[in-house]
Write a protein that binds this ligand. Structure first.
Ligand SMILES: C[C@H](N)C(=O)N[C@@H](CCCCN)C(=O)O
Length: 454
C-alpha cells in the first residue's frame, strides 16, 4: 500500500496531466493566433503602409527563414535534448514573445514618429519601407521561437501522456492550435476598428504571446515537480540523445522521404493559402474584412472537431496511408473549385477542413511507426525544416504571382493563377501520398493497420 503510494507521480493524476495540456495548449494557441493575426489585415497594411502583395507574402514567409536556412527546428530539437524541456521551452517561447512585440512595435505610431530604430531601418534597402523592415525582423524572431516551441510542446505531451491517452492528447493539442487560428481570423477584423487605432489588433496578438510566456513559467513549476518525483528528465535525455547518424538513417528511409515531401507540399498548399485566404474572399466575393476573416476561420473550426475524430479512427482502424490520399484529393478539388467557380466559399472551407484534418491526423502518428522512438525528435525537426522551405517560398510566390497577374492599382485582385499554383502543389502531394502507400507494402511499417497492432 505504502509502496504504491510512493510510485504515484503527478502524471498519474488525470486532472493534472489534462491541466498541463491546457497550459501548453494555451501557449500553442497563442503561437497560432499570432501567426494568423495579420492575415485578415492584408488590405489594411496596403492602405496604411503601401504593402504590395509581394511585401505581404515576404512578411508571411520570413517566419520560416530561421527554420530553413539555419535549420532552427533541427537545432532546436538537439538543444531540447541537451538542455531539457524547461530551459529550451522558456528560451524559445521568449523568442516568440520578443519577436511578436517587435512586430507590433514596427507598426506602431511610436516607431513611425521617428522612434527607436526608425532612422536605422530607413538607411538601407530603400525599396522596402522602414515599417516593413522592422515587422520583418519581428516575424523572423517570432518564427525562430515558434517552430521549436511546437517541438518542445510535442515532447511535453509525450512526457505526460506516454502510455496513457497519447494519440487523443495529440489530437486535442492540434485543436488548441486551430482555436488560435480561428480566433485570429475573427478577432483581428474587430480589433482594427478600435477607437485606439487599427494596430490594437497586432498589439493584442503580441500581448497574447507574452501571456503565453507567463503561462509557460507556470507549466515549468509542474514540470520541475514531476522531474523531482520520477527523475524522468535524465531518463529521456539518455533515450533521446542526438547523433548525426540519426539524420542519415532518416534520409535513407523511403517512407520517411515520401511523408516529408507530402508534408512539404501539403502544408505549402494550406498555410500560405490560409494567409492569403481572407484577402482572396474579400476580392473574389466582394465581402467585408470581417466576413472574409470569418470564412477563413471555417477551416480551423472544422479541424478542431475533425482532427481528434480522425486521430481516434486511425488509432482504432488504421488506414492512415489511404486517409492521406483522400485528404490530398480533397485539397486539389477544393483549390481548383476556388480557382474556376463561384461556389460558396463557406462550404468549400469546411470541406477543406476535412482535408486539413485527414492528413495531419494520419501523417504525424505515421512517422512514429516508421522511425525509432529515440529518433522521433530529430524526425519531426527535420520534417519541420523541410516543410518550412515551402512555408517560406510559397507566400512570396503567391504574392509575386498576384502582383504579376494583376495590373498595378487594380481595384480587385484576380487570384485564379495563385489558386492554380496551390492546386498544383496539392497534385504533387497526391503523388507522394500514393508513393507512400505503395512503399508501405514493401517496407511493412503497417501504416494501414490500427495503432496498437504495430
Ligand atoms: C507549422 C508546424 N511546423 C506544423 O507542422 N504544425 C502542424 C502540427 C505539427 C505537430 C507535430 N507533432 C499543424 O498541423 O499545425
Amino acid at each position: 500500500m505504502t509502496k504504491t503510494k510512493l510510485q504515484k507521480s503527478l502524471r498519474d493524476s488525470v486532472v493534472t496531466r489534462w491541466a498541463m495540456l491546457l497550459l501548453v495548449g494555451f501557449v500553442l494557441a497563442a503561437n497560432y493566433y499570432f501567426y494568423d493575426a495579420l492575415s485578415p489585415l492584408k488590405s489594411t497594411l496596403t492602405k496604411e503602409f503601401g504593402f504590395t502583395s509581394t511585401d505581404f507574402g515576404t512578411f508571411v514567409s520570413v517566419y520560416s527563414i530561421p527554420n530553413v536556412f539555419f535549420l532552427m527546428a533541427v537545432l532546436g530539437g538537439i538543444i531540447l535534448d541537451k538542455l531539457g524541456i524547461r530551459r529550451t521551452g522558456f528560451l524559445f517561447v521568449a523568442f516568440m514573445a520578443f519577436g511578436a512585440l517587435v512586430t507590433a512595435y514596427g507598426a506602431s505610431d511610436i516607431y513611425i514618429n521617428d522612434g527607436f530604430g526608425y532612422a536605422f531601418m530607413s538607411s538601407f534597402l530603400p525599396g522596402y519601407s522602414p515599417e516593413l523592415k522592422m515587422m520583418l525582423l519581428g516575424r523572423f524572431l517570432f518564427g525562430l521561437g515558434a517552430e521549436t516551441s511546437i517541438v518542445v510542446i510535442s515532447k511535453i505531451i509525450v512526457k505526460w501522456f506516454k502510455g496513457k491517452e497519447l494519440a487523443f492528447a495529440f489530437g486535442v493539442k492540434l485543436a488548441f492550435a486551430r482555436t488560435g487560428s480561428f480566433l485570429a481570423f475573427n478577432l483581428s477584423p474587430v480589433l482594427i476598428e478600435s477607437q485606439s487605432g487599427w494596430t490594437l489588433a497586432i498589439w493584442f496578438a503580441a500581448f497574447l504571446v507574452l501571456a503565453a510566456l507567463l503561462v509557460f513559467l507556470i507549466y515549468m513549476l509542474f514540470d520541475l515537480k514531476l522531474d523531482k518525483q520520477v527523475k524522468q528528465e535524465g531518463l529521456l535525455a539518455s533515450t533521446d540523445e542526438f547523433h548525426i547518424s540519426d539524420i542519415t538513417k532518416l534520409l535513407t528511409n523511403r517512407s520517411f522521404i515520401y511523408v516529408t515531401l507530402l508534408c512539404l507540399t501539403f502544408y505549402s498548399a494550406v498555410f500560405p493559402f490560409l494567409s492569403f485566404s481572407s484577402d482572396f474572399f474579400l476580392n473574389k466575393f466582394n465581402l467585408s474584412i470581417k466576413e472574409s476573416g470569418f470564412i477563413s476561420s471555417m477551416l480551423p473550426i472544422g479541424t478542431m472537431i475533425f482532427t481528434p475524430l480522425f486521430g481516434f479512427f486511425v488509432d482504432k482502424y488504421g488506414k492512415a496511408a489511404s486517409l492521406m490520399i483522400y485528404g490530398s484529393i480533397i485539397l486539389v478539388v477544393v483549390h481548383l473549385t476556388f480557382a474556376f467557380t463561384n461556389l460558396s466559399p463557406y462550404v468549400l472551407m469546411v470541406i477543406l477542413g476535412l482535408a486539413f484534418s485527414l492528413v495531419p491526423a494520419s501523417m504525424w502518428p505515421s512517422v512514429a511507426k516508421m522511425v525509432d522512438e529515440k529518433r522521433i525528435g530529430s524526425a519531426y525537426g527535420l520534417m519541420f525544416s523541410v516543410q518550412n522551405l515551402g512555408l517560406w517560398a510559397f507566400p512570396i510566390l503567391a504574392g509575386v504571382v498576384l502582383d504579376s497577374t494583376n495590373p498595378t492599382a487594380a481595384e480587385t485582385l484576380d487570384y485564379t493563377y495563385t489558386m492554380i499554383m496551390f492546386a498544383g502543389l496539392g497534385i504533387i502531394g497526391l503523388v507522394f501520398a500514393l508513393l507512400l502507400k505503395r512503399e508501405d507494402k514493401v517496407s511493412g511499417y503497417g501504416l494501414e493497420l490500427p495503432s496498437n497492432s504495430k
